[in-house]
Write a protein of this length. Sequence first.
Length: 82
Amino acid sequence: HSPATGRMTKGLVRGLRPYSGRIWLDVGTEDSLAGAATSLDQALRSDGTKDHLELGPGGHDRPYWRAHTPEYLTFYGTHLGS
């Protein structure tokens, strides 16, 4: 969530392949990292790796994450055991 990807590399994208279907990128539209998260989403999809990108109003801050905590817990509960 609100990923800080640093430099996007082919190695990063390839390294995420095993997690296909279990990657959720969630970032606020006012977050300075929104562009990087969108680019990562596009790179993953181009590589054939399944992910889910959620863009919502807000920034890179606790109020945004707090508002989405129930969704995060549901996602982790569903996907981390598999």
